[in-house]
Each structure stands twice: as structure tokens, then as C-alpha cells.
Design a protein around this ligand. Structure first.
Ligand code: PLP
Ligand code: SF4
Length: 346
């Protein structure tokens, strides 16, 4: 039996995902020490710059994810996704804190409905990792937490919504919740007769693969509703053997596995990298679903790839991979009936 988690640093025993979560790196000095890098290699403002950027949206990265970075490489694509740097503090015209105008789609606290037949529940504000490009980095999670009591209201609204066929559990990361909490969510969802599918949007199987524990697998396997799990990886180096194993076990529950990525300058804005990602996902039993063109979120201008380049990259990708390995290049825009595709399908 191969253990699916790293040994606990203190006891030497296999760590639970909760321990790994508590042990995540949150100090930029420690992160750079682990990688043999100096602050001035990452930020012209040095350590002060790194610290200043992490004040409102702190640095947070699980150690197993750090272990997948290349030591000594200030350009590492995984490091770039998580290291807070002072470029985030520069204002850029057109970049705002709620570019999706999600507030307008709120049907109950923590329940968004923008599209026909699908409702999205913000189940928790917590994430195992803090991605610097996150479009929810300024989201008012405090207004959506309080969990169980909030869920009551969301489920009351859903019960009165016969048109909703699919419930999306999102966040934050819904797999930051305990299995007991998830079980309660699943049970409430299963009690809604109009629901045909349950979808979970989560980055945890990628960034904290120990989260895919036996309790979660059992819960998914016995769900009366078909489950779709949409994971989130942006670069092939995120998918190491432990992650592949976790994904394959998830798939073993009968869940449909899809991936969404964000197109990010310096991370995956390159056709070879995108092709590697699609192929690594496939090897782990996951099909690419969306490649999100970057939103205009305040603090993320340094990740921006312009639309014309994005289209070019995906056209080049389509010329070399089977159609089912080419993600849909999409952007979410306020007031549209679905995500806007930046390239015509086919
Ligand atoms: C993206 C999104 C969905 C799901 O859209 P699909 O195209 O079905 O993946 C549903 N609700 C909201 C609010 C979303 O942002
Ligand atoms: S895991 Fe998802 S919600 Fe959480 S910080 Fe990353 S992109 Fe944002």
C-alpha cells in the first residue's frame, strides 16, 4: 500500500489532510528558503514588497505543492501562481474587484444563479492554496459564511426553483469542508427532486491530494446524484504521481472528471505548456473543459494575456491535439446567458 499523504513533519506518521492544511506555508521567507531563492530575485521591493502584497490576501501554499516547484528557479510556473509580490499593488486601468458583477446574480446568501438550469453555491470561503490571480480574491466571503444556517436559506430557495437541474458546489474550495459537512450538503441536494447533477468545483485534489481520502471517496461513490468534479490545474508540473493517484481514485467513484485552467502569463501562455497540461490531465483520467481568458481583476494585470494571443494559442493547440483535449477558451461576462466563447466551437 502506498500512503497517499506525506509524513507529518513532526511525528513522522502519515499526515491527515487537515494537518497538511494547518502546516501550509504562509511566510514568504520560509517559501523562498525552501526553494533556495532570495527576495530580491522575486520582487524589486525585496522582502518588504513580498510582505506588503500578502497583507490583504495572505500567502498560503501546502508543502506538497511547494515540493513540485523547481528549487532555484525564480520563474517557476507554480511559484508564480502563489507568491504574493508588490506588482499586485499597482493599480491598472480597467481592473476592478468585482469584474463579474456577481453581486447581481445573488438569489440567497451564498447562492448565485446566472445561467439556465444551474445554480452555484458558495459553500465556504476557505481554500488550501491562495492563487494570486483568483477572481474571488476580493470576494466578501464573510457575508457568505456561517455555513449551516446560510445553507438552510439557500436550500429553501432551491426547493422553490423547479428549473434548477444542476447544483454547483463552489467556494472557496468545497473540499475544504469536512466529510461530515459535505455529507450533509449531499443529502440536502439529493432531497431536491428536480436536481439531476451535482457538480463540485475544487482545486484541492491538485494542491492537497491527501484530501481525497477514503471518507470522501465513499461519499462520492454512494451519491444518488451523478457527480461531476471540476478540478483546477494550470500547468503539467502540478500533476505529480500523488495527484495522478488521487484523481484516478476519484474517477473510480464513477464521478466525471473535468479540468478548468486560467490562462496566465508566465505560467501557461505557451502552446507546448498547454499541450503538456492537456496530455497530463488525460493520463490522470481528466478531460480539459475550460481555459479561462483572464478576468480584469484588480491586482492581476501582470498575469494578463490579451484576447488575440489567447485565440492564437488555442488555435495552435487545436492543430496538434485531438478535439477532446482542447479546452474551450471562455470568459465570463456580466449579463450573458452563459460563458462567452472566444473561439467558435469546432
Ligand atoms: C461558470 C458558472 C456556471 C457553470 O457554467 P458552465 O458553462 O455550465 O460550466 C454556473 N454558474 C455560475 C455563476 C458560473 O459562474
Ligand atoms: S483555489 Fe480557486 S477559489 Fe481558491 S484561491 Fe485558488 S482560484 Fe481562488
Amino acid at each position: 500500500m502506498v500512503s497517499n499523504s506525506l509524513p507529518d513533519r513532526h511525528s513522522g506518521l502519515p499526515a491527515t489532510w487537515q494537518q497538511e492544511l494547518a502546516d501550509a506555508v504562509s511566510d514568504p521567507v520560509e517559501l523562498l528558503d525552501l526553494l533556495g531563492l532570495r527576495p530580491d530575485q522575486l520582487d524589486p521591493g525585496g522582502l518588504d514588497g513580498l510582505r506588503a502584497a500578502a497583507v490583504t490576501f495572505p500567502l498560503r501554499v501546502p508543502r506538497s505543492f511547494v515540493a513540485r516547484m523547481r528549487p532555484g528557479d525564480p520563474q517557476d510556473p507554480l511559484l508564480r501562481q502563489v507568491l504574493a509580490a508588490s506588482v499586485e499593488l499597482q493599480d491598472a486601468p480597467g481592473f476592478t474587484s468585482d469584474p463579474l458583477e456577481e453581486a447581481a446574480a445573488r438569489r440567497a446568501p451564498g447562492l448565485l444563479q446566472k445561467y439556465l438550469g444551474r445554480a452555484l453555491m458558495v459553500t465556504t470561503g476557505a481554500c488550501a492554496i491562495h492563487c494570486r490571480y483568483c477572481f474571488r480574491r476580493d470576494y466578501d466571503y464573510a457575508a457568505d459564511t456561517g455555513l449551516e444556517r446560510r445553507w438552510e436559506e439557500a436550500f429553501r430557495t432551491l426547493a422553490a426553483s423547479p428549473d434548477v437541474e444542476e447544483l454547483l458546489l463552489s467556494g472557496g474550495d468545497p473540499l475544504s469542508l469536512s466529510n461530515a459537512r459535505l455529507e450533509s450538503l449531499f443529502a440536502r441536494a439529493a432531497a431536491l427532486p428536480q436536481l439531476r447533477r451535482l457538480r463540485i468545483h475544487t482545486r484541492n485534489p491538485i494542491v492537497l491530494p491527501s484530501r481525497v481520502d477514503n471518507g470522501l471517496l465513499a461519499l462520492l461513490a454512494r451519491s444518488p446524484l451523478p457527480v461531476v468534479v471540476v478540478v483546477h490545474a494550470n500547468h503539467a508540473a502540478e500533476i505529480d504521481e500523488e495527484v495522478r493517484d488521487a484523481l484516478q481514485r476519484l474517477r473510480g467513484t464513477g464521478a466525471q472528471l473535468l479540468n478548468q485552467s486560467v490562462l496566465l502569463a508566465g505560467v501557461n501562455d505557451d502552446v507546448d505548456r498547454l499541450a503538456d497540461l492537456s496530455c497530463s490531465l488525460f493520463d490522470a483520467g481528466v478531460l480539459p473543459y475550460y481555459l479561462h481568458a483572464p478576468d480584469y481583476v484588480r491586482g492581476t494585470a501582470h498575469f494578463h494575456v490579451d484576447d488575440e494571443r489567447a485565440r492564437c494559442l488555442v488555435r495552435d493547440l487545436a492543430a496538434r491535439l485531438p478535439g477532446y483535449l482542447v479546452p474551450r477558451l471562455a470568459r465570463e461576462e456580466p449579463g450573458k446567458p452563459g460563458k462567452t466563447l472566444l473561439l467558435p466551437a469546432g
